[in-house]
Design a protein around this ligand. Structure first.
Ligand SMILES: O=P(O)(O)O[C@@H]1C[C@H](O)[C@@H](CO)O1
Length: 268
């Protein structure tokens, strides 16, 4: 398990400095001829998104200097370079999470590597629980906005000294999820006949690893969350900070219970 503190403060100074990012970027650039413009972060069980990549070149996270290594099932821990149609892409087959004991600085480290490699657009995917009454298991929710619950409590990837080479001290988050990309995703899914399971909504990040109590789920719902999960928000926040265009896609894998069962189960 990881022993680093998970707060990135001045005292516990940066574990992922610009120089660390540069070293990892140069390591990758010297070992691959791929120059991706699009990065895709595959959420839990979504590693198969990289299956159709052509001209594949793969690196295990454990072989890449400074790269965080996934410790949960469903996150293979491979960086896959290649092409989808004619587009140069890189896929993260698996991510790391705050609940694994990683700092948010480490969780978001790959995003900065992609930026330094020349990526312009990032697609961040996840598995989440549906809070919206209308959502069904299997629906795909395009994320239009998020609630950064750990961020409210000071667990934020941009806490600590700001390195202007990545971005500004106080980045705007009101447009973190590109409207144009959402429009395009909706239009492509309509062409594919997927409209009846496409949704749009607000994703709320919790730290996990436990799932929500019923009272917590009700609170998140009242606050305006349509789905809840344990990732994505730090990556998109860092992506916005360093000027990447982001699309967030959430697969609704379960419906979150908002009611105490009539049989009395789940009663506090
Ligand atoms: O990486 P994601 O956000 O898809 O992973 C979700 C959240 C938890 O890690 C896990 C719980 O089911 O899946």
């Amino acid at each position: 398990m990881h022993t680093e503190g998970n707060m990135h403060t001045k005292e516990n100074s940066c574990c992922c400095s610009f120089e660390d990012c540069k070293l990892t970027t140069d390591w990758l650039l010297s070992r691959t001829r791929h120059r991706p413009k699009i990065a895709v972060v595959c959420g839990s069980g979504l590693g198969l998104l990289a299956d159709d990549v052509t001209n594949k070149q793969t690196f295990s996270y454990e072989d890449i200097p400074n790269f965080p290594v996934s410790t949960v099932p469903g996150h293979e821990g491979r960086l896959v370079f290649g092409h989808v149609n004619d587009k140069a892409c890189v896929f993260m087959q698996g991510r790391v999470h705050l609940y694994e004991g990683y700092s948010l600085c480490k969780v978001t480290f790959p995003v900065r590597i992609f930026k330094l490699m020349g990526v312009e657009t990032i697609i961040v995917t996840n598995a989440s629980g549906g809070l919206c009454e209308d959502f069904k298991v299997g629906d795909i929710m395009l994320i239009k906005d998020h609630i950064n619950l750990p961020g409210f409590a000071g667990q934020h990837p941009l806490c600590g000294p700001n390195d202007e080479r990545f971005g500004i001290r106080f980045p705007c988050m009101s447009d973190a999820y590109s409207k144009d990309l959402r429009k395009l995703a909706m239009s492509v899914s309509s062409d594919l006949g997927y409209s009846n399971f496409m949704r749009e909504g607000v994703y709320c990040m919790v730290s996990g690893p436990n799932f929500e109590t019923i009272a917590e789920a009700r609170m998140l719902h009242v606050l305006g969350s349509d789905s809840v999960g344990m990732s994505t928000v730090p990556e998109v926040t860092v992506a916005k900070h360093c000027g990447l265009r982001a699309l967030g896609i959430s697969l609704i894998t379960n419906k979150v219970s908002l009611d105490y069962s009539p049989r009395g189960e789940g009663q506090p």
